[in-house]
Design a protein around this ligand. Sequence first.
Ligand code: SAM
Length: 374
Amino acid sequence: MPNSYVSELAAPGRTIPVRACDYESNPPVMLFPSVGEYPVYDDFVYDMMLKDEDRVGRYAAAVPRYAPGRTVLDIGTGQDAVWALAAARAGARHVWAVEVMPKSAEIARKVIEEAGFADRITVIEGLSTEIELPERVDMCVSEIIGTLGGSEGAGSVLRDARERLVKPHGLFIPHRSATTAVALDLGSATGGEPPGFPPAVFRFVENVFAAVGRPFDLRVCLAGLQESPEVRERSYLSDAVEVEPLEFNGDLRPEGVDRAELTFTRPGHFSGLALGVRLWAAEDDVPIDSLHNWSTWTPVYAPLSETGLPVQPGDRFTFEFTTTMSDDGVHPDYALTGELHRDGGPAVPLRWRSAHHPEGFRETAFHRWVFPET
Ligand SMILES: C[S@@+](CC[C@H](N)C(=O)[O-])C[C@H]1O[C@@H](n2cnc3c(N)ncnc32)[C@H](O)[C@@H]1O
C-alpha cells in the first residue's frame, strides 16, 4: 500500500496535481503547509493553536504575571482576544488589541463586549506596523511566532513596536525565540517514500495560493516527527543547534547570518534539516521546543539531498543560515549554504533556499515531488 497518491487542488485559474496521503497512513509522517505567514484564516489551524496546551499555558502564566497596573498592546489578538482578555482580567490599566484580519477583529470586539471589558480593551483593526496609539504602552504581548522563529514576521513587527508603540525599556512577551536545526533522514522518518499532504489541509494550501495569486514553492512542514520518540530516534541524525535568535527584550535583529555546525551522532542518510522553533514566553521559562514535543509549530523540512547522503557518527555539516527581509518588509526569506564533511572524503556543498513568496513553481526536486506535473 503506497504511502502517498496524486490528487488535485485548486490554484488561481487552474487545478494542479498534488501529492496526498491518507491521514491513517503508516508511517504517520505527512506534509503540512507552513502556517502563520500568509493572510489566511483557517478554522482547523486556529483550533489546533488554541488546543496547544503548552503554548497556551506559557502565555497564560506570563500575561497575568506582568500585566497588572500596566498598559498593554496585544499584537494579533485573534478572534478570541485571549491575551487581551487575560491582561484585562489580571488588572491591566488599558489594553489595545490590534488585529489585521477584519473578520477576526469584528469577532474579537463582540467577545470582549460580552465579557464586559469593552471599556478597558480597545480593538484596533489593522496592521500593528500601520497604526498609531494615543500613548506608548508599558508592555506588548504577541504570538506571531512562525514555524521558523521569524517566519510570521515577529522580528520586523516587534522591532517596529519597540521603536514606535512601546515605552523605552517596556516589556515584551514572548521574551525570546530561536530557529532550531537538526540533521534528518527523511526516508527513515517515513519508511521510504516521501510523504504527501492529508486532504484536510488542501483548503489551506489553496487559500495560500489564492492569497499570493499563483501557485509557488511554498514552505512545507513535516507533521508527525516531533511528538513521536520512535520517529525522532530513527530519523534525527544529530543534536539540534540554534540559528535566527530573536531577542524581543534586547537587541532585536530581524535579519542576519548565523554560522552553525551539526555533528552526526548516528549513521543514516542525510536528506536535509528539520527546522523548528524554541520559544521563551518569559525570560525564566523553559523554552517550548517544537523539534522535540508536539506543538502547533510543526518542523519545516529543508531538503538538501534527494536520495540522502550516507553519514556516520562524527561526520559534520557546517552551514551559514541567512535571514533577509522579503520585499513585503515583514516576512523573511531564508537561505542555507553548507558543506558536509565526511571521514576521509571531499566536502560536499549543499544548499537550500526558501523565500516567503518566490516566483518559482516546481523549481526544486522536492517541490516537483509534492506538485507533480501530471
Ligand atoms: C498565531 S495568531 C495568535 C492569536 C492569539 N493572539 C493567540 O495567541 O491565540 C496571530 C494573529 O496575529 C495576527 N497578526 C499577525 N501579524 C499582525 C500584525 N502585524 N498586526 C496585527 N495583527 C497581526 C494574525 O492575523 C493572527 O490573527
